[in-house]
Design a protein around this ligand. Structure first.
Ligand code: NAD
Ligand code: ZN
Length: 248
């Protein structure tokens, strides 16, 4: 593993346009459970029953009570970990340009990354489904569920549910970044949610190196990624940044 960390640091030092794709795994050390895998949310609830747009439209109160309320509490308490901090440090060092994240927790921005594409939207804001008024999630009055706007419309998070399209501007910019970068760090994603999982494929096909950080193998491992550094995002990213700083 030491060799791979040195190799990743060396490749980051040489890269001209490095980018990162992050998934739920990068926030596990910030105590936000992922969807899939051990300890994942899907062990407890059925995604199609709660995280699909049809489920929300059918019974918004149920989805607010079971899924959104819990996420609101978990995300409100979460702090960036060494992986989020490490990516922000790489940006400050001029070694990483853009973070494309599938996450909705806002932890990259909290760590100091300034160019973050929120592929699936964000959870920091709620939007009224009738009049489009926005309210910060922390300010939502939870005494009535689902929470309602002054106009009587129902609030929904600004992130997308399964069954909804990726915000077109995020999709096209992500595809552009993926095709232009010469190094793509893929951290904490199971690479099973389309179309985000296609981002590293675009990079690979455009000639970039692809480095994975994950405690488990993924469908990208051994085919799309050049190598996998097996381990936790926070620990591995910290070691890579330390090794890089010794090179600069
Ligand atoms: P996923 O839940 O499908 O997979 C999580 C991945 O993280 C797995 O490959 C797992 O091996 C890995 N992982 C677990 N612990 C890790 C650690 N400490 N360090 C590094 N990797 C670790 O996640 P996904 O691929 O992002 O797809 C799920 C979807 O769920 C995404 O679209 C995302 O929007 C959403 N989601 C977001 C959050 C969040 O905002 N924090 C949380 C849960 C789910
Ligand atoms: Zn309204």
């Amino acid at each position: 593993m030491d060799d791979l960390i040195k190799r990743a640091a060396q490749e980051l030092a040489e890269a001209k346009h490095a980018a990162a794709l992050t998934g739920a795994g990068i926030s596990v050390e910030s105590n936000i459970p992922p969807f899939r895998g051990k300890g994942g949310l899907w062990e407890k609830i059925d995604p199609m029953e709660y995280a699909h747009i049809d489920a929300f439209m059918r019974d918004p109160a149920k989805v607010w009570n079971v899924l959104i309320k819990g996420m609101k509490n978990i995300i409100a308490q979460a702090q960036p970990n060494d992986a989020h901090m490490g990516l922000a440090r790489l940006e400050a060092l001029g070694r990483l340009k853009t973070v494309i994240t599938q996450n909705i927790d806002g932890l990259h921005q909290a760590a100091g990354s300034t160019d973050v594409i929120e592929f699936h939207g964000n959870f920091a804001w709620q939007r009224c489904m009738d009049c489009d008024a926005r309210i910060e999630t922390v300010k939502v009055d939870m005494s009535r569920v689902p929470p309602l706007c002054e106009c009587g419309g129902i609030y929904r998070p600004e992130c997308i549910f399964f069954g909804e399209i990726i915000p077109p501007q995020h999709l096209s910019r992500s595809q552009f970044v993926a095709s232009q970068c010469d190094l793509m760090l893929v951290i904490g994603t199971s690479a099973t949610v389309q179309p985000a999982s296609y981002i590293p494929v675009i990079s690979k096909e455009s000639g970039a190196r692809v480095i994975e950080i994950n405690p488990e193998r993924t469908p990208l491992t051994g085919s799309v990624s050049d190598y996998l550094i097996m381990g936790k995002a926070g620990e591995i990213t910290r070691l890579i940044v330390e090794a890089l700083e010794r090179l600069l």
